[in-house]
Design a protein around this ligand. Structure first.
Ligand code: FES
Ligand SMILES: [Fe+2]
Length: 392
């Protein structure tokens, strides 16, 4: 299969990606994980933050990227340019800062006081004349960084630019409210599960009525007992689905109240009327964005190993909360996401223990789990391309 096809509406043919079962080892085998790490994660553009975290020259954030063994400083330089620098002093390797974020005009290494600018240039180094190198050669090492729709992406060994990587999704991202976000709420979790198993849990609604009967019951209804999405689109390596909601669903009074308190702001920002507000966008490999009328959230899943991952869930927001009611609406939206997610964690980890036991050779995806199948297909394809290229 060639993943570089244009957008495919799967209502035309739900078997477009085949129907065969999926090798279970993709979800626990360390050798397969190592191939995915090199072929996918090292080569892809990955979302690590948002421009609202770097409001002015000198603002920086630190990101630990475990699969690459890297600590990165994402900085906004004097001229406003964003840089992604290895948090590694070029003298003898000491990490420059342990701060998670902040503002700095320069970074000084505490060991021998080499000092670097926010663009990574070596500004000064004590008694530098005694070295056998020049300052230019000692700038901090950089990785590629670019921005789309307000989101900051980095790539260690990119095979193409960010826009080409995102394809038509780049334009979509720029039109979403997240592009204008000024702040966010975040929660980070670690889970004993392969990154795909964790990510897939958000790519199918088949489990909704069983695992989320209490919290997300409104997602199912007599016309659609499993709450399946209205349709799916496969878009190169990326994919989207349109979430279905029961027009007759009874919304809990608290939820309704919270939405109404948040609604004036959301409506003013066009979120309520945004045709994308029921869209789920899955960007290869590990990010998805989901817009509902009440909230707009992003989720990234970073692998920490074959059977361990870290997820970052963010609810982005535009403007400050002028009133306690608006603040309440925002807190409510995040609490709701956390509630639903807390119902998923145990079952995802149980899934990991099961597949890791080696009892199964294969897993099965039905037609409404096509986004999960698509993720497997594009991963297989990336690994194959990597193997052909490197002979590994
Ligand atoms: S290791 Fe950083 S100045 Fe020596
Ligand atoms: Fe779930």
């Amino acid at each position: 299969m060639n993943v570089y096809f244009g957008a495919i509406e799967t209502r035309d043919d739900p078997t477009v990606l085949g129907t065969e079962p999926i090798p279970a080892r993709y979800y626990y085998d360390p050798e397969w994980y190592e191939l995915e790490r090199k072929a996918i994660f090292m080569r892809s553009w990955l979302n690590v933050g948002h421009v609202c975290e770097l409001p002015e020259p000198g603002s920086f954030i630190r990101r630990e990227i475990e699969f690459a063994g890297a600590s990165l400083l994402i900085t906004r330089g004097k001229d406003g340019t964003i840089h992604a620098l290895h948090n590694v002093c070029t003298h003898r390797g000491t990490q420059l800062t342990e701060e998670e974020s902040g503002k700095a005009t320069k970074f000084s290494c505490r060991y021998h006081m080499w000092t670097f600018g926010t663009d990574g240039a070596l500004l000064s180094a004590p008694d530098f004349d005694r070295f056998y190198t020049d300052k230019k050669a000692c700038a901090l090492k950089q990785v590629k960084v670019d921005v789309c729709g307000g989101l900051i992406f980095v790539a260690f060994e990119p095979q193409q630019g960010l826009r080409e990587f995102l394809g038509s999704m780049a334009e979509t991202l720029e039109q979403l409210p997240v592009a204008r976000a000024t702040t966010f709420h975040e929660y980070v979790y670690e889970i004993d599960a392969n990154w795909k198993l964790d990510y897939d849990n958000f790519q199918e609604n088949y489990h909704l009525r069983f695992i989320h009967s209490r919290s997300a019951g409104a997602g199912c209804g007599p016309d659609n007992p499993f709450g399946y999405p209205s349709h799916f689109t496969l878009n190169g390596r990326h994919r989207t689905q349109t979430i279905w909601t029961d027009p007759n669903a009874k919304v809990q009074p608290t939820m309704l109240e919270a939405y109404m308190r948040g609604a004036p702001r959301l409506a003013a920002d066009g979120i309520l009327n945004d045709p994308n507000s029921r869209e789920y966008f899955a960007l290869f490999p590990n990010l998805f964005l989901f817009g509902s009328p009440g909230s707009h959230f992003l989720h990234t899943v970073f692998p920490l190993g074959a059977e361990k991952s870290r997820g970052v869930i963010r609810l982005y927001w535009i403007g400050e909360d002028e009133t306690a009611s608006v603040r309440y609406a925002r807190e409510f939206a995040l609490a709701q996401i956390r509630d639903i997610h807390s119902e998923d964690v145990a079952v995802v980890q149980a899934g990991q223990r099961g597949v890791s036991s080696g009892a199964l050779e294969h897993l099965h995806f039905q037609e409404k789990e096509i986004l999960c199948r698509h993720l497997v297909k594009v991963c297989e394809e990336a690994v194959e391309a990597y193997q052909v290229e490197t002979g590994e």
